[in-house]
Design a protein around this ligand. Structure first.
Ligand SMILES: [Zn+2]
Length: 299
């Protein structure tokens, strides 16, 4: 059966149809609507169109935000505030005659990356998406781990620097204040004493050109990423941690200092048992994972 996987971001809604073998047969993208009623109508319109053209049998949606497990309500969506308090799954299900699953976008991406691995897959798998923040998901025995109430796997808000910067969550020193795109740009601006606005891609281009401040910025981000990895390894002992997102395109500039720091902090056997590698699916992980969630729904 064909299933539809939808990956919602603040800027764009991406969607793809997957066959029962997991092959992608169609992909589309459109700008995300700006109000809740328009957003609901947009998702229903996408579902309606693809049901007609591709005969989809179920729909999975990944959305940014904290989703409570019991009430199926989006408690808070920091980058899409119109979703705060909304029961998106219930509202869509009321208008849709197809099985539907809604989960956090980072959880969906983790499931998508997990399923892209060759078998045998690890019993415990962690995926980190380094973007403007750090999204993360944990897959245990092939299923997304939600914790007791749905708020598990917020790994970007683990403390890595007790003297660190304020974070959007209200704490300070969280991993995402150091190792996200925002963190890298901020470090570069501090090291280069340059307040100009620029992107993490610009900083990486300067790193490639041998810019010393850019090297320091990536080394700092990678080192704090290693601190985060050491906490994940000791808490979960995952067989594999994959790193995706815009910053991950910097590859070894980030991963080499992260592995070094991990090796410094964790007993050798535990570190050796965890493979740290770049994500495989890139931007497609969220759609693939949402489609896998759709497939897990009873029809
Ligand atoms: Zn935080």
């Amino acid at each position: 059966m064909n299933v539809l996987g939808i990956d919602v971001g603040a800027g764009a809604v991406k969607f793809a149809v997957f066959s029962k073998d997991g092959l992608r047969s169609f992909m589309g993208e459109e700008p995300t609507a700006r109000t809740y009623p328009a957003f609901q109508a947009q998702l229903l319109d996408i579902c309606g169109r693809l049901e007609k053209s591709h005969g989809i049998a179920a729909v999975g949606v990944g959305v940014p935000g904290f989703i409570s497990l019991a009430e199926r309500v989006i408690e808070r969506s920091p980058n899409m505030r119109f979703l705060d308090g909304m029961a998106l799954e219930r509202d869509l299900a009321a208008a849709l005659a197809l099985p539907l699953a809604v989960d956090n976008d980072a959880n969906a991406a983790a499931l998508g990356e997990f399923l892209s691995l060759d078998e045998p897959r690890p019993a415990c798998f962690v995926h980190l998406t380094l973007g403007s923040g750090i999204g993360s998901g944990i897959v245990l025995s092939g299923r997304i781990f939600h914790g007791s109430d749905g708020f598990a796997a917020e790994l970007g808000h683990l403390l890595v620097n007790s003297q660190g910067r304020p974070c959007g969550c209200g704490n300070s020193g969280c991993a995402e204040t150091e190792s996200s795109e925002t963190g890298i740009v901020r470090s570069y601006q501090e090291f280069a004493c340059a307040p100009d606005p620029l992107s993490s891609r610009d900083v990486f281009a300067r790193w490639q050109a041998g810019d010393e401040a850019a090297r320091e910025a990536f080394r700092r981000a990678g080192t704090f990423l290693g601190v985060l990895l050491s906490q994940i390894v000791y808490a979960l002992n995952p067989g594999r941690i994959s790193i995706g997102g815009g910053v991950a395109a910097a590859g070894e500039a980030l991963l080499a200092p992260a592995r070094e720091e991990l090796a410094r902090r964790v007993v050798a056997k535990a570190a050796a048992g965890t493979r740290i590698e770049a994500a495989r699916l890139g931007n497609g992980a969220g759609m693939a994972g949402a489609a896998a969630l759709a497939r897990q729904q009873p029809s």
